[in-house]
Design a protein around this ligand. Structure first.
Ligand SMILES: [Zn+2]
Ligand SMILES: [Zn+2]
Length: 112
């Protein structure tokens, strides 16, 4: 469970005020862009895309560098992974057969 609140948008760094925004880490405009970007992703299973959006809106994917590499928080909340659209350091990502939902979330944020 993510308990941190965000004072600035993770995407555009504008100050956040609304409770919904400080909980998700994104302002309303950026959140709309993220959801639009997610709708354009058709090359992954819909349930993985849904998990990816949930990860983003729980503030579970934090941009590290140039909005291309992200730190993902594991669903357990204790481990973190380095995630990019091309790869992820989580166990599923390292097996590398299918894109994990962290990678899909990174893809959404890069496209948003
Ligand atoms: Zn924003
Ligand atoms: Zn992953």
């Amino acid at each position: 469970m993510q308990t941190a609140t965000h004072t600035r948008c993770l995407r555009c760094h504008r100050a956040l005020r609304a409770a919904h925004s400080t909980a998700t880490g994104y302002g309303p405009t950026c959140l709309r862009r993220i959801k639009d970007a997610a709708r354009r992703i058709t090359d992954h299973k819909p349930d993985l895309v849904t998990k990816a959006i949930a990860l983003i809106t729980l503030g579970g994917l934090v941009p590290l560098r140039a909005r291309r590499i992200f730190q993902a928080v594991a669903s357990s909340g204790t481990a973190t992974y380095k995630t990019a659209p091309q790869g992820c350091t989580c166990p599923a990502g390292l097996r590398g057969q299918h894109a994990c939902y962290h990678r899909i979330a990174a893809q959404i944020l890069v496209a948003a």
